[in-house]
Design a protein around this ligand. Structure first.
Ligand SMILES: NC(=O)c1ccc[n+]([C@@H]2O[C@H](COP(=O)([O-])OP(=O)(O)OC[C@H]3O[C@@H](n4cnc5c(N)ncnc54)[C@H](OP(=O)(O)O)[C@@H]3O)[C@@H](O)[C@H]2O)c1
Length: 304
């Protein structure tokens, strides 16, 4: 497979992190921007800066737009927010080869399954990541938290032979192949569905949810309901309460991405987190009144 065939859709924090990490591995990924963003940049080869605590690296990367892609895409990593991924993918669909390998790195669930069903011939993978990254300005990415990314095919029996196997080797990000990616996505969704929306509603840091008062009581109700949904789905999820409280403690001073989006008046990914959980609960007939109350109050506060 030709090295130039790595394309990354979305030049935000995760897109720039993966592009820089692929450059570090010796690949030549191209970053796909929206047409309107692409037009803002005079040069079409940009310096991409990757900072980690104590080290900064610089790489030259080609940027393209859906209009200027001039090679068939056979490996694509989608790095938009969940609510943007289908539209972004549709903008490059004419360029995808029939056997294109597509890796979706969105948080939450629902968007991956929609894309898998919309692309019957391509192999669609999903990833669940604990890496932390942010942009200080366009194309200047900070890898603030070294985590790991589990990746696996969303279609049974596909993707085991090729695809993204080379990402497990000589790659600065820790990528682990996983046969149970939906389980991994659920595990992360379960934790996020308890923490993120509440931090946005109360405009607080993760640790402030453990207040031995109103916030914590609501947090514990969300945890109990999430456990009931997972049990009804027969998804293994042991000690969710310990895990959620543990995350609140170890990331006590962090402002969740959802809270940050709400502060900036941006659309959050909650419809792919709590929204997805509520949809599954309704199908199964499991009561999730605390999750519904949370979504109603967020909506009343203008947080979508
Ligand atoms: N950042 C992290 O630490 C982290 C960690 C784990 C998981 N994740 C997940 O990774 C995903 C991406 O997060 P992020 O933090 O990288 O978000 P982000 O910084 O907001 O980046 C998303 C990028 O996608 C671009 N985009 C949206 N629609 C597009 C389109 N049609 N064509 C081309 N580009 C498009 C956006 O451009 P515009 O600005 O023009 O809209 C933006 O540059 C999310 O699901 C997030 O939950 C993030």
């Amino acid at each position: 497979m030709h090295a130039d065939n790595w394309y990354i859709l979305g030049a935000g924090s995760i897109g720039c992190l993966w592009a820089a990490s692929l450059c570090h591995k010796g690949e030549s990924p191209r970053l796909i921007l929206r047409e309107s963003s692409y037009q803002q940049f005079g040069q079409k080869r940009i310096p991409l800066k990757l900072s980690t605590p104590g080290q900064t690296s610089l790489f030259d990367v080609d940027i393209v737009s859906p209009e200027t892609i001039d090679n068939p895409i056979n490996r694509l990593i989608v790095c938009t927010k969940a609510q943007d991924s289908l539209a972004a993918l549709n903008s490059v669909k004419p360029h995808l080869t029939d056997n294109c390998q597509i890796l979706l790195l969105q948080n939450g669930m629902g968007s991956q399954q929609i894309i898998r069903d919309a692309l019957p011939t391509q192999t669609v993978w999903a990833g669940s990541s604990t890496d932390g990254a942010y942009l200080s300005s366009p194309f200047e990415v900070h890898h603030a938290g070294q985590g790991q990314t589990w990746i696996g095919s969303l279609r049974n029996g596909q993707g085991s032979e090729q695809g993204f196997n080379d990402l497990s080797d000589h790659f600065r990000l820790k990528v682990i192949q996983c046969n149970t990616i939906e389980q991994k996505l659920w595990e992360k969704l379960a934790i996020n569905s308890c923490i993120n929306g509440l931090t946005a509603l109360f405009n607080c840091r993760n640790g402030e949810l453990l207040d031995n008062g109103e916030k914590q009581a609501w947090l514990d109700e969300l945890i109990a309901e999430t456990c009931s949904v997972l049990a009804a789905l027969e998804i293994r999820a042991t000690s969710l309460k310990e895990k959620v409280h543990g995350v609140c403690q170890t990331t006590a001073s962090n402002i969740s991405s959802t809270c940050q989006d709400a502060r900036k008046g941006r659309v959050t990914e909650l419809s792919f987190i709590n929204g997805f959980l509520i949809k599954q609960a309704n199908i199964l007939g499991v009561s999730v009144s605390s999750h519904n109350r949370l979504m109603d109050q967020l909506s009343a506060a203008g947080i979508r």
